[in-house]
Ligand binder design. Sequence first.
Ligand code: FAD
Length: 462
Amino acid sequence: MSVAVVLFTSDLRLHDHPPLRAALSACERVVPLFVRDERIAAAGFDAPNRRAFLADCLRDLDAGLRARGGRLVVRSGDVTARLRQVAQETDAAEVHLAAGVSGYAQARERRLRAALERDGRALRVHDAVVTALAPGAVVPAGSDHFAVFTPYLRRWSHERIRDPLGAPRVVRVPDGLPSEEIPSRDQVDGVSEGLALGGEKEGRRLLGAWLRGGISRYEDLHDDLAGDATSRLSPHLHFGTVSAAELVHRARSASGPGPEAFVRQVCWRDFHHQVLAARPAAAADDYRARGDHWRAEDEAGDEIEAWRSGRTGYPVVDAAMRQLRHEGWMHNRARLLAASFLTKTLYVDWRIGARHFLDLLVDGDIANNQLNWQWVAGTGTDTRPNRVLNPVRQALRHDPDGAYVRRWVPELAGLEGPAVHQPWKLPAAERARYDYPEPVVDLAEGLARFTQARGAGARSAD
Ligand code: FAD
């Protein structure tokens, strides 16, 4: 009896799963394996919100496999040691794995390959499972990756995205293979109250509803903070419960400006993945150093704490930070303005903000988080690295009625309309009625500090 192992990582689904389909065609029995990797926990990357969402995903994956005659095998510890053990227990000839992009995923792949080859087993790595298009599938002349989004988008848009695969009907797993109990989200402490539900079933439900409804209005509404009119598919893309390739195919089959604008946003995800695959060090180091001498905890501790806890005195920034804590998710426009506020207005190191986001975001992702933070901080791929978002102008444009702020900053809920964005303009007696802090920084002073740091190019925009 021939056996293959499929090691699941960021691809926790049965639909459109090339490694699983390849393993099923090659061998009579397949072991769907997930290893709770101790190195990911040791790096502090298994934050409660993602651990809880992951538990949902594993349970749902197991249920989907059981409906097809199989089950999920879960082990914990060192991923190489556990995989070797399972391969030995089943005498598997081959192991299938989705290619990853981070430095960690690349090193893991090398370690797995070396260990399996020593045992006479093959590692088969599948591209374009985590992303719609494999990193490196398109490259500019003379480089190993695109450093600017627009030319990448142009090439990406003309490239063929592989056809999505259906879910297998039957998965036969070798008998008697031990598995740990699958974790459940109730066992995780410190989870955000409003955390979304994980799992492929939920991901596909959201995807279907999005394609039937929300996507058509995406172009007009995607920046409307109160409207909350984006897909919220990011955690499902992060854990792979929705396939990026299938998403692009299905979105493209809808017509109009909404789907086009949406697919462009999914292309940003592929873009950041191909940057990180080529430059894994950009997870921690400036992609394009600008000579910054960022402020950190020792110099700006109180301001950083005010930002983290949603008490900066800028209502739209505080609303954003409180949404993050409450849901483990934040609207993209809110992420942009909250990150610009920390890095450019407070001139605090982007790594401090990125770490806080990773501690809370359910979609917290090295490629998307670190490289978006760098984009905002001007050390990344933004072609206008010195622009500074003005939180008041952002608020008036993207939350014109103030409803987003009133939703997340209840102590200001008594302020009607756009007045909620500038409580410092209220007469002193009225202002005293609200238990809300004074602005932690003067915007003009923040801009002056940033201009001095970056040189004359810095200016306030939007
Ligand atoms: P939609 O607007 O519905 O977009 C669809 C999908 O496109 C998203 O699910 C996402 O996969 C992708 N996408 C959209 N915008 C971007 C973008 N700017 N960069 C890369 N992919 C994008 N996204 C993450 O998935 N994980 C992160 O850790 C993350 N951190 C971020 C940090 C900062 C400072 C900023 C500015 C953005 C970050 N983003 C991150 C990107 C973006 O904010 C989220 O992907 C988006 O808000 C998720 O909501 P949605 O699924 O409703 O998006």
